[in-house]
Design a binder for this molecule. Structure first.
Ligand SMILES: [Zn+2]
Length: 363
């Protein structure tokens, strides 16, 4: 086969194929919106996608997810999506992370990504991702749907985040997404292929425009399946964070990189700490309570884990930046985990173990 796959792109004013080829997008959520976004970004020629989703394909996904097939039921969504894109758009490298975003993509990866796209189905997960994007200093493009429409919002680096304007009670809400494989009927809402495709296309369009350095609307875009899409009126300026929002910490400009990756053990990590330092995980993990092994407590203190436990099994993401507290309360520093050696085919290892650890941590 000869010819240039992207020949028609070259005719579009403002298009820069090389810029897209060099771009990395972290996509959080491989459901209906995530399918459309991943498919469109890969077709457009985005060079690398890091796709995080802990869930598996359910039969009920097949009506809205163009990259899933009936034979994929029960398989991890992120891996199925990566496999489909390898065929559809082989020029795009897809790193599938079968874990929630907090265990799937480390802060150093978010910091170096050109864009983070949120295609999540829960407010709590969006707020959690917003906090990590703010720490990393990377913009977050967020999409969501309802029965006959949806919304697409751009949160630029240093500007408002998904949690700005929310009260403490709204920020604290725990509405963790239900698993498609084990649906909670109380959490199910209506969803359809046309609406997912419509909102997903807006999300992908904004993503490409942002990667190309082109403008997107100042205010969140309200998409209505009855026939219009308009920026919301009266939205506060997106470049001014809410002063009461607690999610606007930034990582220091310089973070030391340790000579170990997320497959190292807790003992390996502690070799780089002094006795007064307490390295913390961003995702809570469960540990047995002393003398009553049947009772487990959730903690983020890595010294509480077995010394032989791998950081990945405790929910620590690849290239994570870990906070390190001083036991005397005298301050906090950060350390960055090195990149793991690349696996053949550019795919990351299975993070099912990490997912289990973080899921246990939530329960
Ligand atoms: Zn905020």
């Amino acid at each position: 086969m000869t010819g240039d796959r992207f020949a028609r792109h070259a005719l579009i004013p403002g298009w820069d194929q090389q810029r897209l080829a060099e771009a990395t997008v972290v996509l959080v959520g491989a459901g209906a919106l995530g399918n459309t976004v991943a498919q469109t970004l890969a077709l457009a020629g985005v060079g690398r996608l890091v796709v995080c989703d802990p869930d598996t394909v359910a039969v009920s996904n097949l009506s809205r997810c163009p990259l899933f097939r009936a034979a994929d039921a029960g398989r991890p969504k992120a891996r199925v999506l990566a496999g489909a894109l390898a065929d559809l758009a082989p020029g795009t490298v897809v790193d599938a992370r079968t874990a929630p975003h907090v265990s799937g993509a480390g802060l150093a990866e978010l910091r170096e990504a050109d864009l983070v796209v949120s295609a999540l189905d829960s407010r709590a997960a969006r707020i959690s991702l917003a906090g990590r994007c703010t720490l990393a200093g990377t913009g977050m493009l967020d999409g969501g749907t309802h029965a006959w429409g949806g919304e697409v919002s751009w949160y630029p680096p240093g500007g408002r985040c998904r949690a700005c304007g929310l009260g403490p009670a709204e920020r604290a809400v725990q509405d963790d997404p239900w698993s498609c494989a084990a649906p909670d009927p109380a959490a199910e809402v209506g969803a359809s292929a046309p609406v997912s495709a419509l909102v997903g296309a807006w999300l992908a369009d904004f993503a490409v425009r942002l990667l190309l350095g082109l403008s997107v609307p100042e205010a969140p875009l309200r998409v209505d399946a009855a026939g219009f899409a308009v920026p919301l009126s009266g939205a506060p300026p997106r470049d001014r964070p809410d002063p009461d929002c607690p999610l606007h910490e930034r990582l220091p400009a310089e973070v030391p990189v340790l000579p170990l990756d997320h497959e190292a053990t807790v003992a390996d990590l502690l070799d780089h700490m002094d006795v007064h330092e307490e390295p913390l995980a961003w995702a809570g993990f469960s540990r047995p309570v002393r003398r009553r092994a049947a009772v487990r407590a959730v903690t983020s203190r890595l010294r509480s884990a077995p010394a032989s436990a791998r950081l990945s099994a405790l929910g620590v993401a690849p290239r994570e930046v870990l906070p390190v507290a001083r036991r005397d309360g005298s301050g906090l520093r950060y350390v960055e985990l090195a990149a793991a050696p690349a696996e053949p085919g550019g795919r990351q290892g299975d993070l099912t173990e990490a997912r289990r650890a973080t899921t246990e941590g939530v329960l």
